[in-house]
Design a protein around this ligand. Sequence first.
Ligand SMILES: [Zn+2]
Ligand SMILES: [Zn+2]
Ligand SMILES: [Zn+2]
Length: 329
Amino acid sequence: MELRKDPITRSWVMTGDDAGEPSPRNESTCLFCSDSSLQVIATAPNTPGASWSARSLVHPRPLYHIEGEPGRRGDGIYDRMHSVGAHEVLVENPRHDRHLWNASDDEIAQFLRLAAERILDLKRDPRIKYVSLFKDYGKNAGQDFSHPTSQITATMFVPRRVLYELRAGREYFVSKERCVFCDIIQQEERQAQRVIEARGDYLAIGPYAPRVPYESWILPRNHEASFERTGLNKPGLRTNLAALLRRTLQRIRTVTEEFHLVLHTSPSSLHPSKNLGYWKTIDEDYHWHIEILPVLTSKARSYTFKEVYYSPVSSETAVKQLREAKIEG
Ligand SMILES: [Zn+2]
Ligand SMILES: [Zn+2]
Ligand SMILES: [Zn+2]
């Protein structure tokens, strides 16, 4: 597999002829419950009855490899490079049945802290431009492992959606000298039509123009470009975020069990690029957030027709339903 850049949208894609590795779903024993030979990178502090509360491991079938040179090269008008970077599995909980929606806020906060540590650590590698944290849950979402896990990839490029957000955030800032996300938060809190829940310094909302039904975002109410800064420095904030994440997932699970979750945080500032130049104002114009995209197979048109997102449940209706959903607490 290699990375190729679309010269028109300037987004990188991973492509090649996959050899078709054995499917992980046939495993009879859980890789993460049995103390396997997987390489542990970092561990979060102990919880009673377990030697660790969350930990990160090298992905058993990594998409990106830390060794080697990217070998970025031109091919006429095209650009390509090897998939150099990092790919880790974040085990959210030692217990196989404790997910982000039924674990304790403390356990989820430990996971968030480990995630922040890993992002910060990977950003110290000057080759790395961006670190993504994501979770795919459910067969139709492309779930990898049955154990509660998220994944981290560290790449030498900024993923497409984040690049769009960074460009848009910078343009908005140039004309208004304000953060577009802060303005969204202000208007949403004022209008109160698409607010799912506010908890301490965090807000869960349905975006004005959802890509899929019941799409939900979690954002800090106060401006902050990087998740890892909040995630590491303020334990009280982390607990509020854990509770809001847990409760939002519970609400979504009243509609569907399957979802994609992705954390969007600022890119690495160690890797300044001459042509984009967004980091001069990045701390002011970007605002980290979590996006949750539920997978509803019954509304599958939104997934087969991607040129224009088609979301046959309005954000206002979705938010009303999520807000009123009966959740465990
Ligand atoms: Zn397990
Ligand atoms: Zn902001
Ligand atoms: Zn985003």
